[in-house]
Design a protein around this ligand. Sequence first.
Ligand code: SAH
Length: 209
Amino acid sequence: MTNLERERCKALAVEIGDFVTLTPAVFRAFCETEREIFVPFSNHAYKLDAQPISDDQWISSPLTVAKMTLALECENVDNILEIGCGSGYQAAILSKLAHRIFSVERIQNLANEAKKRFEILNIKNIHVRFDDGNFGLKSYAPYDRILLSAATNEVPKTLFNQLKIGGILVAPVGQNKQFITKFIKHSDENIEKIVLDECLFVPLLSGRA
Ligand code: SAH
């Protein structure tokens, strides 16, 4: 990272901090992740907006990424599953906080582009899988945390089955209005649901594109 990029990332982290209280580790993760590499228009990279990427998909607003990341409470956990890798920015932020990240994407082109970005950035703890995330990623389950980066009316049961007891799942839930929703799996039968901020994500679709 050049000094200029470093300063821009830090300014972004400070700006996000005007809206939500970042933990020191999450603040650092934003400082260390060059958003420019993930967006199509680098002059917009450090604005608090969502942006279109390829294949009709969107890279989330950095403020939304921050809210999802904070809700996930994932500092130092072993493994996280993300559904909807997209540009890979959210996964890159998570890679600075937890040990291993598994990110599933149903559009092959996006999965490949995200992989290339992680190589350029020398990020080695993200594993990208081209597949339908409705089924999770069984081979590495169970997970400490699961993050859905696409909106659904109902979180697929399979995903809760791949979450450890005591684990947290965060997802944008709802149809007309979506809310960042946090689920804590106290036991197989007892899953606590906490509704947080309103948000806007593209829908969780079925099947590989
Ligand atoms: N986390 C991303 C935001 C991605 S937008 C980022 O930081 O850029 C949501 C993504 O979810 C899209 O790329 C879309 O293709 C993907 N998606 C939607 N339904 C999916 C499914 N069933 N399985 C895997 N990915 C899915």
